[in-house]
Design a protein around this ligand. Structure first.
Ligand code: ARG
Ligand code: ZN
Length: 858
């Protein structure tokens, strides 16, 4: 490991690769400790490329031989560094053959070819392929791949790669071999190889043009039944993309492999998606509704990449949002169609605000399309993904659904098989609309969350409401001054009797004034309905005005938003001591809103869920997590009391049976879970006993886990200990479920809890899910303990992060981002966080982690 901060790569420095490499043959002789990789590349110098040398990326490879057109080269013919292989004088057309040896069993970074659960698997995005062989490891070099795998018959009965398989043949010595041919040209980051002994869940799909596709999900032995939901989600995704975007699948086979040790959620390799097993395996006993929902959306996300990412890919990694923002937008709409659109919107906004708004407000802020980066792994952020999706949503809102589809059709037609840029994408929309999107593309170039200030005045004589709208975007690192961006705002005036006069305005100047005539008295103004733009809206309203707006509101998102705003203001007041007890009138109004939402239990559940401490950080500076946490708890307890009848009757009723993961049943269980959670906050003497009974009688994981979590909210008590012990006994053989056991405790306990969990025999520094279930959960979902003023929370994770970094830089760098908010914290925690970052900086960190620490300290 080096401590050097990586040198920045700049968008402005982009130059095309001087060679075409349209045919690649790879051959793997699999062995955990010494896998031999032979690569044959057909190379052609591009016209006008002069006498540029052939530069190939390569890392952690043992070079055995290099040949050009069958002639062996000697070390004096090339230059070899720890980052690659360069051949200075090469012909205009030739075949390059290299042989390297790699050690998958020693690959703890989980990038390149590695072992997980005794099986071979790979992760190449962004730059893992260079850890497999020497290659131009950049997305704009697209090639047809032919892959041969040779492996031990017993250890690897199944051998998978991209494309279409040939027959399995004997290879002597107890080995066998297979070839895979992927007819679609692709960049190296979409290459994948998986081999081992799996159980397989099979199905098939017939596409809209009648083509038969074999579908298979490969999982750990004994887990096949748990793949049924992922398969169902896959087939629904395939149908949805045909119906919504006219996109059909393009190979005869589609394989998914579930892997226990994985740095991310999943990966869209062509025809061979590799998944973190947590996002494949589910059944009612072992998975919560949230798990089912996440599996559905991630399966869809990776499948949708086949067109937005694979058939059309990115020219360079600065364009990452071209595939990720667009594909998140697509998967969010898929989920909205599968479930409830307003509920999906609310969940997407909660996620956006808690992660992306926070990122945008701190030292790691960057534009959706950055123009430089130190370490590419650190660019897989909420800004690129979630804000990237919001920008596509605004585009669609501004041009309308039909025109959006026309632009997408043109994009698929014009750029199929290419590696392109954001400009290429917007050119398609300019061509179908005749409009200029130059100003709109500022959304890609400017970091920071725009603030929209809304002021209104009413003229009783003319019956006109005058609305003044203005925007500013705060400075972010390297970007002191911002220009106005086009902000599509859905607005409405409400008469309070259900009458809604709705329209959309695109605010594209710093300030504008609109007038709206009302039929009778002064109407109420509803702004940014459906969260039409990812902005912060500032309005100076009294509590009574806000309460009136909640009652009159006709947009489901804004109904939730109205309650949310009231709740947030109340928690802030309580945390600042300007009020000691929750206002009973307000608590009554919230309870009424929750009861009124009774016919949509999923929405009622969302109303019951108070904003997390992290979501309140942006509201006040400095943020005091301990005070916010305690204020939040007091409001929760008051709400539990006000709703105690509802909680009682809801939980007395049986859970829906027989179990189905449907949106409808999930909604019912979500509200039951919200009630269980209120019992966790309740001061009722009997709450613990009730929770233990709920835990014991639960017929599904959603409610069992909710009860266990609610018990941990009560701190140390025999009921909590009993539930935790029982859970551990029942699930110790299932790592995905045990991650929940670790997470529940890390989410409620203290620094000491983290130390205990890290000392548990099942804590495994090499398994990213396990590390995240302790350190990730503690540092992002237990902020009062993580940001403890005495620094104990930071000390609890520091050592784990350092150890993780030595093995797996991508994992550690992600964990360190939890420190990004140190500047907005109350002074004690802030100083302790800064000191921790400085200590980390002094330690020997990987380039990935050094990049985050350096930027966080600014
Ligand atoms: N493309 C994958 C996805 O769908 C994520 C890959 C993450 N890779 C990384 N280096 N962070 O979203
Ligand atoms: Zn993606």
């Amino acid at each position: 490991m080096r401590t050097e901060t990586p040198v920045a790569v700049k968008l402005a420095d982009y130059t095309p690769y001087p060679f075409d490499m349209d045919h690649v043959e790879l051959s793997f002789e699999l062995d955990p400790d010494a896998t031999k990789v032979t690569a044959e590349l057909k190379v052609t110098r591009k016209a006008g490329a002069g006498n540029a040398p052939l530069e190939l990326d390569g890392e952690a490879l043992k070079l055995v031989s290099v040949e050009i057109d069958g002639r062996a080269l000697t070390p004096s013919d090339y230059s070899l560094t720890e980052h690659g292989l360069t051949l200075a004088d090469v012909p205009d057309q030739f075949t390059l053959r290299t042989v390297v040896v790699i050690a998958p069993s020693k690959n703890t970074a989980l990038s390149g070819l590695y072992m997980s659960g005794g099986r071979f698997c790979s992760q190449c995005e962004s730059v893992g392929f260079r850890r497999i062989t020497y290659y131009p490891d950049r997305p704009d070099v697209m090639s047809r791949f032919f892959v041969t795998i040779v492996a031990d018959k017993e250890a690897c009965p199944i051998m998978l790669s991209n494309g279409t398989p040939g027959d399995v043949k004997d290879a002597g010595n107890g080995r066998h071999t297979i070839t895979w041919d992927d007819p679609h040209k692709k960049p190296s980051y979409l290459f994948a190889l998986c081999a081992g002994d799996y159980d397989v869940y099979r199905d098939s799909f017939t596409t809209m043009s009648g083509k038969h596709i074999d579908l298979a999900i490969h999982v750990d032995k004994g887990d096949a039944d748990r793949a049924a939901w992922a398969m169902d989600s896959l087939k629904r995704s395939m149908t949805w993309d045909e119906q919504t975007y006219g996109r059909e699948y393009d190979l005869g086979v589609f394989n998914i492999v579930a892997v226990r040790d994985f740095n991310f959620g999943a990966m869209e390799n062509k025809g061979l998606n590799v998944f973190n097993s947590a996002y494949v395996l589910a059944d009612e006993d072992s998975a919560t509704d949230a798990d089912f929902e996440a599996i559905e959306s991630i399966v869809a996300h990776e499948y949708f990449h086949n067109w937005t990412g694979n058939r059309i890919t990115c020219r360079d990694w600065f364009q990452l949002c071209l595939k990720e923002g667009l594909t998140v937008f697509r998967d969010q709409n898929f989920s909205a169609d599968m479930r409830s659109r307003p509920v999906q919107r609310i969940k997407d906004v909660i996620r956006l605000r808690s992660r992306q708004f926070a990122e945008d407000a701190g030292p790691l802020a960057h534009p959706v399309r950055p123009d430089n980066y130190g370490s590419i792994d650190n660019l897989y952020t909420a800004t690129v993904y979630e804000k990237g999706a919001e920008v596509i949503g605004m585009l669609r809102r501004i041009i309308g659904e039909e025109t959006y589809r026309k632009g997408m059709d043109l994009y698929f037609e014009r750029h199929d098989g290419q590696a392109v840029t954001i400009e290429d994408f917007y050119k398609c929309f300019e061509d179908v609309t005749g409009k200029d999107f130059t100003q709109f593309r500022l959304w890609y170039a400017q970091a920071g969350t725009p603030r929209v200030t809304v002021e209104e005045s009413w003229d009783e004589a003319t019956k006109e409401l005058t609305i003044n709208l203005s925007q500013t975007t705060p400075p972010t690192p390297g970007q002191p001054d911002k220009k106005p961006v086009p902000i599509p705002l859905e607005l409405a005036v409400l008469d309070g009797k259900g009458g809604t006069d709705a329209w959309m305005t695109v605010l594209d100047t710093a300030e504008t004034t609109i007038t709206r005539k009302a039929a009778a008295g002064r109407p109420l103004l509803s702004v940014n309905r459906d969260f039409s733009a990812p902005v912060r809206v500032e309005r100076d309203l009294t509590r009574d005005q806000r309460l009136a707006l909640v009652v009159a509101e006709t947009d489901p998102f804004n109904q939730w938003e109205g309650v949310r705003t009231l709740v947030t203001e109340e928690i802030l007041k309580l945390s600042e001591g300007s009020q000691t007890r929750p206002d009973s009138e307000l608590v009554g109004a919230i309870a009424a809103a929750i009861r009124n939402a009774g016919d949509d239990p999923a929405l009622a559940a969302l109303l019951t869920r108070l904003p997390e401490v992290g979501e309140l950080f942006l509201e006040r500076e400095p943020a005091d997590p301990v005070a916010l946490h305690s204020a939040r708890k007091r409001l929760q307890a008051a709400l539990a009391e006000a709703l105690s009848d509802t909680v009682g009757t809801t939980l007395e009723a049986p859970s829906p049976a027989p179990y189905a993961p449907s949106a409808e049943q999930a909604g019912v269980r979500a509200f039951r879970g919200a009630c269980i959670n209120l019992l966790g906050a309740s001061e009722d003497k009997d709450a613990r006993r009730k929770l233990l009974v709920l835990y014991q009688k639960a017929t599904n994981m959603t409610e069992r886990l909710a009860a266990m979590r609610a018990l941990t909210m009560h701190g140390e008590c025999p009921e909590r200990d009993e539930a935790l012990a029982d859970f551990e006994t029942n699930w110790k053989h299932n790592p995905i479920v045990m991650d929940k056991w670790f997470a529940v405790q890390a989410g409620q306990g203290t620094a000491e809890t983290v130390a205990e969990l890290a000392a548990h025999p099942e804590f495994d520094l090499k398994n990213p899910n396990r590390v995240r279930s302790v350190v990730g959960v503690f540092s992002t979902a237990n902020l009062a303990a993580f940001h403890a003023p005495d620094g104990s929370g930071y000390r609890a994770v520091e050592d784990i992060i350092l150890k993780a970094d030595a093995a797996n830089p991508a994992l550690a760098a992600r964990l360190i981002t939890a420190f990004e908010q140190w500047r907005v914290l109350e002074p004690k925690a802030g100083a302790a966080a800064q000191a921790t970052l400085k200590r980390l900086q002094e330690a020997k960190l990987s380039p990935n982690s050094a990049d985050i620490v350096g930027r966080a300290l600014g």
